[in-house]
Design a protein around this ligand. Structure first.
Ligand SMILES: NC(=O)c1ccc[n+]([C@@H]2O[C@H](COP(=O)([O-])OP(=O)(O)OC[C@H]3O[C@@H](n4cnc5c(N)ncnc54)[C@H](O)[C@@H]3O)[C@@H](O)[C@H]2O)c1
Ligand SMILES: CC1=C(/C=C/C(C)=C/C=C/C(C)=C/C=C/C=C(C)/C=C/C=C(C)/C=C/C=C(\C)C=O)C(C)(C)CCC1
Length: 562
């Protein structure tokens, strides 16, 4: 069956080469934005959605083609080349959608996405191998016992506009690598990108395992009425709550990748000679992608003795290095995604009781807010109500770290990231202030002396905690998210002579035998009733002794006790 929403073949390569030297000439104007979304992006007909999802259910349950590893790898290979061959067009589409700097698309998204695919392809043969369970009780030591990672079924991926490739590709390819079929809902806020991306993925992937739904709230609502085996949502917390509630109705598990207010601490030990580098990293972490990064530096919390110098350096970096003489036409600076976002940020600027020490210029027609630094901000300021998600950097100072942390955890607990800048040791074992912060603030991720880059690690889990989300992904962790860990025991029939001790009628000897063959410690634990418990417990070694005790019990049993 043909995909209901397969887009018409677009003229291939029409914008080839444009990404490198793009201007904002073709950038969609605010007034025409809503019309542009619907005219550029072909929304999926509501009536096509149930059939499209059902097609994938049928594939998964009836054909079982996704069980073949060869098939999965070939699908991933197709995606790899499709993206690689269309890098410039993808970057150019985002220039049109929100003036996203093409270089940002290349260095922050495209390279990482291709790496994610090759990383999964290179490792899949290891990941799909059943994992032998070690440390078995005596009553199972003769059996093969292993964990199989089986596909979940039909997976729904809903993604956000801000890094539209990065936040969708890892779940899509991870889910396919894990043997699932995927329904994908890209963001309607990037119509040029989503139209092209839909076309490329639809061409690369088998229709039977992949179905894209484009559109806004009605289309997403319709998708959510269908049955899925797991939903992964990336976006804001309000919609995240809607998705989680809807999923709960059918007990569908969810992964939520949400936002948050990620602080950058600048500790009292930072030296004058380091503050320029620190300022540069903070500026990159705030203003990249027009401030629209989930892990952006949302605000700076600097020790009062370092504040003046830090602010001076931040302004210097913005003015002299990153964006000299910035105007709305600057080609290295990304604009805001839509009028709602522009309006919210403008209100924040108008209401702040801090001092705007740099920037503050706006242009509604191109949704531009110049890089803005606000000093003397307190915790009640308009900038501190929620995630800023735009190019505004509030500076808060502290004199007592513990007091600042108390305030932070009582207002913006569980950020997606936290960044700590120090001129001292970067190890929490050697730097007590880092240790205090990390003990107090539970965050999705942490970087010492840098920002953002942890998102790009393909072999480490990325995800939030509490308000910033649930469930982590990337590489192996994505694969795990989209598989069920099924424990399988291959029991033998010949050992019934031993196992029959578990059946009634019970005797004391039978009970003792069963107890000793499965009780791990047989009363001979390595800790006393008082005193400290040894930190290095015996681990698996202890079960060797359990095994020996079990064998002794068996010998005793068959020596004629019964
Ligand atoms: N944790 C992460 O990995 C991560 C990554 C990127 C972005 N984010 C967060 O996402 C937010 C920005 O994204 P956004 O939400 O503005 O993006 P968005 O507007 O593109 O929306 C995200 C998705 O939700 C859908 N949606 C919108 N309203 C809906 C509704 N009522 N019902 C169902 N679906 C609906 C959209 O169609 C879209 O596909 C920020 O808070 C950012 O921090 C988090
Ligand atoms: C080549 C050799 C060397 C030089 C190496 C150099 C100069 C390497 C520089 C690498 C840099 C600067 C890489 C930067 C990468 C940044 C990344 C990947 C950032 C990613 C952030 C992301 C994805 C954020 C995402 C946020 C989201 C999704 C939120 O919504 C030498 C000199 C070392 C010698 C050997 C050869």
């Amino acid at each position: 069956m043909a995909a209901p929403n397969r887009p018409q073949k677009a003229s291939k390569g029409s914008s080839k080469g444009a990404a490198k030297g793009s201007t904002k000439e073709s950038f969609v104007d605010l007034k025409t934005q809503t019309q542009a979304q619907e005219s550029v992006l072909q929304y999926t007909k509501l009536t096509d959605i149930p059939g499209g999802v059902q097609r994938l259910h049928d594939t998964f349950h009836d054909t079982q083609k996704t069980h073949s590893i060869q098939y999965r790898l070939n699908q991933l290979r197709n995606v790899y080349f499709k993206l690689k061959d269309n890098k410039e067009q993808l970057a150019e589409a985002l220039v049109k959608d929100f003036g996203r700097v093409a270089a940002e698309t290349r260095i922050l998204e495209l390279t990482g996405c291709l790496n994610e695919i090759t990383h999964i392809m290179a490792n899949l043969h290891k990941w799909i191998k059943p994992e032998a369970v070690k440390d078995l009780p005596i009553n199972m030591i003769t059996n093969p016992v292993y964990i199989e990672r089986i596909p979940l079924g039909v997976v729904l991926v809903i993604s956000s506009f801000n890094y539209p490739l990065l936040v969708s590709l890892s779940p899509i390819v991870g889910a396919i690598a894990a043997g699932n079929v995927v329904v994908f809902k890209p963001s309607e806020s990037t119509p040029h990108f989503s139209q092209l991306y839909t076309k490329l993925l639809t061409e690369a992937l088998d229709d039977d395992i992949f179905f894209t739904v484009n559109g806004a709230i009605p289309e997403t609502t319709k998708v959510l009425e269908q049955k899925f085996d797991k939903i992964m949502y990336t976006g804001n917390n309000i919609v995240g709550t809607i998705i989680a509630k809807k999923a709960a109705e059918t007990l569908t598990p969810v992964i939520l990748e949400l936002g948050g207010k990620s602080p950058a601490f600048v500790l009292s030990d930072t030296l004058d000679k380091d503050l320029k580098t620190i300022a540069r990293r903070i500026v990159w972490g705030r203003f990249t992608n027009g401030g629209q990064s989930c892990v952006a530096v949302d605000y700076v919390l600097v020790h009062e003795t370092r504040k003046a110098k830090l602010v001076q350096e931040i302004i210097g970096i913005l003015k002299d290095e990153f964006y000299p003489n910035i105007t709305k036409d600057n080609e290295n600076y990304t604009h805001l995604i839509h009028d709602r976002s522009f309006g919210n940020l403008k209100k924040i600027l108008e209401a702040t009781s801090g001092k705007v020490v740099y920037g503050g210029d706006t242009d509604s027609s191109s949704r531009y807010i110049s890089p803005t630094v606000i000093d003397n901000v307190d915790w009640d300021d308009s900038t501190m109500k929620g995630e800023i998600f735009g190019p505004i950097l509030p500076i808060l100072t502290y004199s007592d770290l513990k007091v600042a942390l108390k305030k932070l955890t009582s207002t913006h607990d569980t950020p997606l990231a936290q960044y700590i800048f120090t001129s001292g040791s970067t190890s929490r074992a050697k730097n007590p202030e880092i240790d205090t912060i990390l003990r107090t603030v539970r965050s999705g991720g942490t970087m010492i002396n840098d920002v953002l880059m942890h998102f790009a690690l393909r072999a480490a889990p990325f995800g939030g905690i509490g308000n910033s989300g649930q469930g982590a992904y990337h590489g192996w962790y994505t694969f795990r998210q989209f598989t069920h860990e099924r424990t399988t025991v291959e029991q033998q029939l010949w050992n019934e002579f031993a196992l029959k001790s578990r059946y009634p009628p019970f005797t004391e000897a039978k009970i003792k035998l069963v107890e000793s063959s499965q009780a791990d410690y047989n009363g001979r634990v390595w800790f006393g009733r008082t005193g400290n418990v040894a930190i290095n417990g015996p681990g698996a070694l202890f079960s060797t002794w359990t095994g020996i005790a079990g064998i002794a019990a068996l010998v005793y049993y068959f020596a004629g006790t019964l």
